[in-house]
Design a protein around this ligand. Structure first.
Ligand code: ATP
Ligand code: MG
Length: 362
């Protein structure tokens, strides 16, 4: 990783441009936390970068930031910039490329995210980010209220960093969150969810939820059930309790899973038929929400006599043969009946027993 970073920085340098690692990677490197996401800042424009790295695809360019894959490592390279005139408290009206690192750092969010490293891994710390890193403090660059007015996502980023790093929020950030939290209402649910996902999947998720509640963000985030989240074993269990699929973006399989969790929350998750019908995963998530030991549910699932129709010792053809009937809706009813009996141990799962049961009952 470090060798690849050195190569990328030195390559840009060799064309006469400045280039530094900045942001999360440096922050985490100094905290001895592993990080795979590498942000680089440079005074080379995206066009120049393409001349330097021929393989660069500028169509992937997003607000002047380009993605370079080198040795299978992803580098997000961003040209020094000044952001002018924020619209809707979320994006700059205009971006102007500049030559100066100090000025580029000014537009960023928190001091701990402004520490840079050059190709020799020497730290360049123009805004005293290291001091706040040592104090374990999230501090805004300049005026916190103004930072949140420019981009209200920074409110959630502050809480995310406080959560995942276990850092404190500076007093002015806390005050500014209270003053500006209403701006979160206008932020896209997509961007909000990205940060919330990071908070909810952090190992310190409980502290994160406490912070969100402490600032009463449940209203502005439209998460009225935030207080009800007690179990935080998995991201999906948190979202299932939050019950927010109508406003936050989820893909179809996530929606389906959350629906199933909601259904089985109302049921007995150790019941063989419930385990059989909905499967292990929704039941163990629902179980964890209700405080049932996951091991208990797994054991109950593993000891089911059958886990799917395929395991029943009879086929549709055989049922039709036994009854001398053509296919029809009746088959489903018979299947349901047999499944139920077998699952509850009232009928042995073997062909002869099932056959005589069918002959006797149908
Ligand atoms: P991580 O990658 O660990 O989530 P990060 O700090 O690297 O954290 P990124 O989203 O990768 O976060 O952004 C890289 C850098 O860009 C940040 O460190 C920060 O300096 C700046 N940045 C990102 N988002 C914002 C924002 N909304 N407002 C201001 N600066 C930002
Ligand atoms: Mg990053």
């Amino acid at each position: 990783m470090q060798e690849a970073i050195k190569q990328v920085l030195e390559t840009i340098n060799s064309y006469g441009y400045k280039a530094y690692v900045v942001g999360g990677y440096v922050r985490d490197y100094l905290l001895k936390i592993e990080s795979n996401d590498i942000d680089i800042c440079t005074n080379a424009t995206p066009k120049k970068l393409q001349e330097i790295f021929k393989e660069l695809d500028l169509s992937s360019q997003d607000y002047g930031s380009v993605t370079l894959m080198h040795n299978n490592i992803r580098f997000e390279i961003t040209t020094f910039r000044k952001e002018i005139g924020y619209v809707d408290h979320r994006r700059p009206l205009e971006v102007e490329y500049i030559d100066d690192l100090y000025e580029d750092l000014q537009r960023r969010d928190f001091t701990i995210n402004t520490i840079c490293m050059n190709s020799n891994f020497e730290v360049i710390d123009l805004l005293n980010g290291q001091e706040d890193l040592e104090k374990r403090l999230i501090k805004a660059i300049g005026n916190a209220e103004k930072k949140f007015e420019e981009d209200s996502l920074r409110i959630l980023r502050a809480i995310r960093f406080a959560t995942s790093l276990g850092f404190a929020l500076s007093e002015d950030i806390s005050a500014a969150i209270i003053k500006k939290k209403h701006l979160l209402r206008d932020l896209s649910y997509h961007r909000k969810k990205e940060e919330l996902d990071k908070i909810f999947s952090s190992s310190k998720v409980k502290e994160g939820i406490d912070l969100l509640l402490q600032f009463h963000l449940e209203e502005d985030l439209q998460l009225p059930k935030l207080k009800e989240v007690k179990n935080t074993d998995s991201l999906i269990s948190v979202w299932a309790v939050l019950d927010a699929v109508d406003i936050y973006p989820f893909n179809n399989s996530e929606k389906q899973l959350i629906d199933e969790i909601h259904i089985v929350l109302e049921k007995d998750n150790l019941d063989p038929k419930v385990l059989y019908d909905y499967g292990l995963y929704p039941n163990s998530v629902a179980g964890s929400i209700k405080g049932i030991d996951k091991k208990k549910i797994t054991e109950a699932y593993n000891s089911l006599i059958i886990h799917s129709k395929k395991e029943l010792q009879i086929t549709s053809e055989e049922i039709m043969d036994i009854l001398h009937k053509k296919p029809g809706k009746y088959l489903k009813d018979i299947y349901n009946d047999i499944e139920q009996k077998v699952l509850y141990g009232k009928l042995d799962n073997n062909y002869d027993m099932i056959r005589s049961y069918i002959l006797q009952k149908y």
